[in-house]
Design a binder for this molecule. Structure first.
Ligand SMILES: O=c1ccn([C@@H]2O[C@H](COP(=O)(O)O)[C@@H](O)[C@H]2O)c(=O)[nH]1
Length: 236
């Protein structure tokens, strides 16, 4: 599971307040060195045209809108994402198997459908946050339960923390895609993330892709920060 120019492991979270700021940030980036993630903040202001612009520039785009709704609505939303040409899209696994299967079904017929993955337990949450919503268990137990449900529903993978990837690799095999936010280079601020790991350790533990936002976007020199992370992953 090595980082390489053909399969960059770092997905940069473009959490910017407007399209201009995001485009300025993207300008010096090379699609060979990273993929891009567009989430709720940027999508709300910049919309599908912005996403398509990134795709046109040659970037693999993860549209991170974490759909969570009734099956029909999620299926239509996932199909709309596929029409934008994104590389990956996600739903919430807690929406259940009927919703996830409807989302998967909505992608049949696309020549190059995006990878469809499901969020398990947000990396900002720990045991006490689960207790608050009625789940008196460790995050890893809930992650495993939802990851199994996701795999059984026919999806390509899950969003989890890198702290759970070794367990999921053992339980769900090598081909299941494990996308891990909550990645923090040694010494960088955790911010609101709780279940964290360094980029190199995450890759070694079995992460397929590393979602990294603030440690790169808010670095004094973002290109240098990305380069240093890629170097730590043993670029071939
Ligand atoms: O469980 C999750 C799911 C999604 N995210 C998203 O990843 C990035 C992380 O950004 P950082 O600045 O590196 O913390 C952000 O866009 C989240 O919405 C997540 O963190 N955890």
């Amino acid at each position: 599971m090595q980082n390489s120019v053909h399969d960059p492991k770092v997905l940069i979270a473009l959490d910017f307040a407007d399209a201009d700021a995001a485009l300025e940030f993207v300008k010096p980036l090379d699609p060979k060195n990273c993929r891009l993630k567009v989430g709720k903040e940027l999508f709300a202001v910049a919309g599908p045209e912005f996403v398509q612009q990134l795709v046109f520039q040659g970037f693999d785009v993860f549209l991170d809108l974490k759909y969570h709704d009734i099956p029909n609505t999620v299926a239509k939303a996932v199909a709309a994402a596929a029409r934008m040409g994104v590389w990956m899209v996600n739903v919430h696994a807690s929406g259940g198997s009927k919703m996830m299967k409807a989302a998967k079904e909505a992608l049949t017929g696309f020549e190059k459908p995006p990878l469809l993955i499901a969020v398990t337990v947000l990396t900002s949450m720990q045991r006490e946050d689960l207790a608050e919503i009625g789940l008196d268990i460790e995050p890893k137990e809930q992650v495993l339960r939802l990851a199994k449900l996701t795999q059984d529903s026919g999806l390509d993978g899950v969003v989890c923390s890198a702290q759970e990837t070794a367990m999921l690799r053992k339980e769900l095999g090598e081909d299941f895609c494990l996308v891990t936010p909550g990645i923090r280079p040694a010494g960088s601020a955790a911010n609101d993330q709780k279940r964290i790991m360094t980029p190199a350790d995450a890759l070694k533990s079995g992460s397929s892709y590393l979602v990294i936002g603030r440690p790169i976007t808010q670095a004094v020199d973002p290109i240098k920060a990305l380069q240093s992370i890629n170097d730590s992953l043993d670029v071939e």
